[in-house]
Write a protein that binds this ligand. Structure first.
Ligand code: ATP
Length: 238
């Protein structure tokens, strides 16, 4: 359901440019979780932003649910993003003074066809339930622990029931036990048919994914998950 082909990306760097991605291919099927690993600065977030249509690649193609993210048709890119993609990233924080429910409702307020208040409330309730934080609905975001806030960010990303969930650093700043809960949550979402692409430094997350690819020098190299699992001592895959 996600198909990335020949993606190159460079950022301007003074008078020249800095090549970050140099021909990246990735496939993620429905119900599959794929992890991208790589050193800090290797380009993982850049790739995720390209996949979600936030960034236009210098070259290459991204297809989601059979529809190409064609930069010459920004309206079409916007529609695919709003319809099929959820993004959870530490770079897009919560509104600290708003309640958890309001934060999760936010993606439902954008786009040409805003649903009725009752339908939005039902969708928020379902997303909070799936993220295991139904009891936090009326709490202010500023009152949450890091782990709770990560779950709220995830609930916000899945509230529209996207076919593709893109998660940047799902366990950043979480302890081992809370990380394991987050991993189990992600696996439960794939069991429901969601496709997940995640960038991570956490071996727990990689070990629970169906495929792992390492980004270095602008290219992705597949890593055998079996090796990661044995390195990680315990299997977290559901
Ligand atoms: N908007 C930008 N303009 C210029 N350079 C950028 C921009 N965004 C990222 N970069 C550079 O591109 C490289 C890759 O950044 P990116 O955030 O994709 O890496 P990453 O692998 O996600 O890192 P981390 O694991 O630390 O989050 C870095 O050298 C970064 O400084």
């Amino acid at each position: 359901m996600l198909r990335v082909r020949g993606v190159h990306h460079s950022y301007p760097d003074g008078t020249s440019s800095l090549a970050i991605l140099r021909g990246v291919d990735v496939d993620v099927a429905s119900g599959q979780a794929v992890a991208i690993t790589g050193r800090s600065g290797s380009g993982k977030s850049t790739l995720l932003h390209i996949v979600t249509g936030l960034l236009v690649p210098s070259e290459g193609n991204v297809e989601i649910c059979g529809v190409s993210l064609d930069p010459s048709h920004p309206a079409g890119v916007g529609l695919v993003r709003r319809t099929h993609v959820g993004l959870s990233s530490p770079r897009f924080g919560l509104h600290q003074h708003e309640t958890v429910a309001s934060n999760v409702e936010l993606p439902l307020l954008f786009g040409p066809h805003r649903s009725a208040k009752r339908d939005r409330a039902a969708a928020v309730k379902e997303a909070l339930g799936r993220a295991g934080i139904a009891a936090l609905a009326s709490r202010r975001a500023r009152e949450l622990s890091t782990g709770q806030a990560q779950r709220v960010a995830l609930a916000r990303a899945i509230v529209k029931r996207p076919a593709l969930l893109v998660v940047d650093e799902p366990t950043a700043a979480l302890d081992e036990e809370t990380s394991a809960e987050m991993v189990a949550l992600l696996r439960a979402l794939t069991s429901d048919g969601m496709a997940i692409l995640t960038a991570t430094h956490d071996p727990q997350v990689s070990a629970a994914c169906d495929k792992v690819a390492h980004l270095a020098d602008g290219v992705l190299n597949r890593m055998p998950v079996s090796e990661l699992r044995s390195e990680n001592h315990r299997s977290l895959s559901g």
